[in-house]
Design a protein around this ligand. Structure first.
Ligand code: CP
Ligand code: NVA
Length: 330
């Protein structure tokens, strides 16, 4: 049975740690793991624009010894109305994994239901889990949070400011809680996270020792936070929607004053809009780690693909050798 990565909590806390440890290792030795040698092909599909995701997956698959195949919605039959099920049935006969950036989460869930190879969410309207893996790696790297080669993030605080209802906020909730972090989301009351996702994150946090806090007060959220994070106020597909401007979100702009209250690092998944969700002085200033964060997309996704393609199915049934490191081929 293929394992998929459709949302952040598709990895258990222990599995997330394994992937992050592998990502940290890969950042130090880019060609140490070659699970796609052959080369095996990975389909990388886009229904929305992308720079980082496209470049990091194409580069990453090549560095893993594989062959990356980029498919654009506009030039594939999927974009002309061929069903997701039929597209998946064909791809799954040929490729070793499918990476997809699309709209609703139900679309990628439908793909996974028809796939016999791993399906990876490269951003949907609801989640961006690959980005959060890279962000957790970045926080670990910059806070000295490493113990025995694993990312030790538990107990640290992550404050996200701005559109609390978007894919990044939802992924920080689930991914941060999985890592045992204290996740604080500051947003206007009109743009709060999905209550079902908040409940899922709170349940995970209860098990991992993390926590979830929703507030309208950006100062409360950032005070003492290890990482302060924001994202665009207008996600892909929301262009032209009312209530997405300065009037709604201005208090949530990450400024020098908020960074001083935090004393931590600044992250942004990019693309960034200076003077809107973040001031130039913050994103281009000393607390900003956004370029490391962007690079870590490469390492985190290579680690994820390696883990998905080489893990032992018996681990899911409790039969596997716990000591077996990800890396052995099936
Ligand atoms: N952060 C991110 O996913 O960037 P792209 O939209 O450029 O892929
Ligand atoms: N929330 C943003 C993230 C871009 C990487 C969007 O969906 O457009």
């Amino acid at each position: 049975m293929a394992r998929h990565f459709l949302r952040d909590d598709d990895l258990t806390p222990a599995e997330q740690k394994q992937v992050l440890a592998l990502a940290l290792e890969m950042a130090g030795d880019r060609f140490a793991h070659q699970p796609l040698v052959g080369p095996r092909t990975v389909a990388i599909m886009f229904d929305k624009s992308s720079t980082r995701t496209r470049v990091s997956f194409v580069t990453g698959v090549a560095e893993l010894g594989g062959s990356p195949m980029v498919l654009e919605a506009a030039s594939s039959q999927l974009g002309r109305g061929e069903s997701i099920a039929d597209t998946t049935r064909v791809l799954t006969r040929m490729v070793s994994a499918i990476v997809w950036r699309t709209f609703g989460q139900e679309r990628i869930a439908e793909m996974a239901a028809h796939a016999t190879v791993p399906v990876v969410n490269a951003l949907t309207d609801e989640f961006h889990p690959c980005q959060v893996l890279a962000d957790l790696q970045t926080i670990a790297q910059h806070t000295g949070g490493l113990a025995d080669g694993e990312a030790a993030l538990a107990g640290r605080s992550l404050a996200y400011l701005g559109d609390g209802a978007n894919n990044m906020a939802h992924s920080y909730l689930l991914g941060g809680a999985t890592a045992g972090m204290h996740v604080r989301i500051a947003s206007p009351a009109t743009h709060r996270p999905d209550p079902g996702i908040v409940a899922d994150a709170a349940a995970i946090a209860q098990r991992t020792g993390g926590s979830v806090t929703l507030t309208e007060d950006p100062r409360e959220a950032v005070t003492g936070a290890t990482a302060v994070i924001t994202d665009t106020w207008v996600s892909m597909g929301q262009e032209g929607e009312d209530g997405r401007g300065q009037q709604t979100f201005a208090p949530y702009q990450v400024t020098d004053e908020l960074m001083e209250l935090s004393g931590g690092i600044f992250l942004h998944c990019l693309p960034a809009y200076r003077g809107k969700e973040v001031s130039s002085s913050v994103i281009d200033g000393p607390a900003s780690v956004v370029w490391d964060e962007a690079e870590n997309r490469l390492h985190a996704q290579k680690a994820l693909l390696t883990w998905l393609l080489t893990r032992d199915d018996r681990d899911d049934r409790g039969e596997g050798d716990e000591a077996a490191a990800p890396g052995g081929r099936r």
